[in-house]
Design a protein around this ligand. Structure first.
Ligand SMILES: *Cc1c(COP(=O)(O)O)cnc(C)c1O
Length: 484
């Protein structure tokens, strides 16, 4: 038996590389990531490719190891080349994410020490760190003591947790669902609809409140809709406002909605996945006034704090409402639940064992201080205003003035179909690849979207985007005139 064990042990030992072996593979990985970063200003923001990373699926997982060089080559060719390059400052589409370097070092330490951040008993320091980060955000929002929250994998799960907490706080049972009413707008993020469905509220009445000309929820229509729903015997319970829509970056009238929610005793949720961290800037703070009136809020560090993907957050103003919706009971957890000096993520989210997400956020904040994050957000606000005014000089039509860092615009040619023209333009931009912007529909029109939120986007990037827009509109115009 002992001999057998020692023999098997030998075979499992590669999972514990010694320091020389660690050094060998780490150097290769560091070398690869350093090359990527040294080159980042020259890498395209988007690469159209034929095989779309197919090599990965064609390289099987085998009994025997591959070499680190082969592995890195696979990553380079199939993962880090085709498609969108979110690490590029030229990523100006959708809502860009981040990927600051210091966060990767937080993940590195968290992965190596593998502290258990789900339960206070097991990882008291790790849980304190995550709770302390939630407190830092809650203070930014303006919540008084008594809140609780969770660092999630992203905004979608964060919104789901908030909607489930609202459902449970109103004790909405299956038989009540078709009378329950949820208020939002047509520009609420699609993950809200998904969360409503997943939380069993699909049959609830959903009211999309009309928006004003800047695509903000019209609060008077909200109030009159609530009144008529109550008269009709329905049970309004939840208002979902956006603090920065994905469509145009609009902020709903947060204060006015808060007053209405209070008047009718409804749960007030704010989806600030994109916009809430702008509260770090003076301008953002003014624009986000009223956030503190909400019962729950979502904010995405992988957007507004430039973290790598996999970082969202949800905060619920009254801690017991989150706890009541997520607590657990299990015999085998009895040691863990003895002295709850701090609430644990496992009691505040659907997860038990989870990635120690706190460290990738805490380390950058400690290492750099808040100042550069604030400056970076201010820069994004200003760059969007700059683009908004410069793109008009190139003859583009624009949507509403950017409230945060989303600009919508389109080219209207003298002759021919404008929708087709802009569709051709976005295709040309993708083919070019130096910057990445996206298209969308607004009021039925085909429009282009420029979203400034990558920490690597600076003045030179925006000037490049303008130059590319100029070149490619000229190109399409001349093609159109010769083809006639
Ligand atoms: C990005 C975003 C979401 C979804 O968040 P994920 O982190 O992508 O899951 C939700 N709402 C808004 C307003 C967003 O911008």
């Amino acid at each position: 038996m002992k001999d057998l064990l020692l023999n098997i042990e030998k075979n499992s030992r590669p999972l514990e590389p010694d320091s020389a072996e660690r050094d060998r593979i780490r150097k290769k990985i560091i070398n690869y990531s350093e090359q990527f970063l040294d080159n980042i200003d020259h890498l395209p923001a988007y690469v159209m490719s034929e095989d779309k990373g197919k090599g990965i699926s064609e390289s099987p997982i085998r009994e025997e190891p591959d070499s680190i060089d082969e592995i890195i080559a696979l990553i380079h060719k199939n993962i880090d080349t085709p498609g969108l390059n979110p690490a590029s400052g030229g990523h100006l589409g959708y809502i860009p994410g981040g990927g600051i370097y210091s966060a990767s070092l937080g993940d590195y330490v968290a992965d190596i020490t593998n502290r258990y951040a789900g339960v206070f008993f097991a990882g008291p320091g790790a849980v304190r760190m995550e709770n302390m980060l939630i407190s830092w955000m809650a203070e930014m929002v303006g919540y008084p003591q008594g809140f609780a929250g969770n660092l999630t994998s992203g905004g979608s799960v964060a919104n789901l947790i908030a909607i489930v907490a609202a459902r449970d706080a109103f004790d909405i049972k299956g038989c009540d669902v078709d009378k329950a009413v949820i208020y939002a707008t047509d520009h609420s993020h699609h993950c809200i609809d998904k969360a409503i469905r997943i939380s069993g509220l699909k049959e609830a009445v959903r009211r999309n409140i009309p928006m004003d000309e800047s695509f903000r929820m019209n609060e008077e229509m909200l109030e009159s809709q609530i009144i008529s729903d109550i008269k009709a015997g329905l049970k309004p319970f939840l208002i979902i406002a956006s603090a920065g829509t994905t469509d145009v970056g609009a902020i709903d009238p947060l204060k006015e909605i808060g007053i209405i929610a209070d008047k009718f005793n409804l749960w007030y949720h704010i989806d600030g996945a994109y916009g809430a961290f702008f509260a770090l800037t003076e301008e953002g703070k003014q624009k986000l006034q009223g956030m503190e009136l909400s019962d729950s809020i979502v904010m995405d560090p992988h957007k507004g704090l430039f973290l790598p993907y996999g970082s969202g957050a949800v905060i619920i103003k009254e801690k017991h409402k989150l706890y009541n919706s997520q607590y657990y009971v299990a015999n085998y957890m009895q040691d863990a639940q003895k002295e709850p000096e701090e609430l644990s993520p496992a009691e505040l989210s659907p997860e038990l064992t989870k990635h120690f997400r706190g460290l990738r956020l805490w380390l950058p904040l400690k290492l750099h201080g808040v100042k550069p994050f604030r400056a970076c957000l201010e820069e994004k606000l200003l760059l969007s205003k700059y683009f908004y005014s410069e793109v008009q000089k190139l003859g583009f039509e624009v949507g509403p003035e950017p409230e945060l860092s989303v600009v919508t615009f389109r080219y209207v040619p003298e002759k021919g179909d404008a929708d087709k023209f802009n569709e051709m333009l976005v295709n040309e931009i993708h083919k070019d690849g130096r910057v990445f912007i996206t298209s969308s529909k607004l009021n039925g029109k085909f429009i282009l979207h420029l979203d400034v939120l990558s920490f690597r986007t600076h003045l030179s990037t925006i000037d490049l985007a303008l130059e590319i827009l100029k070149q490619l509109t000229e190109k399409i115009k001349s093609q159109n005139s010769t083809s006639k």
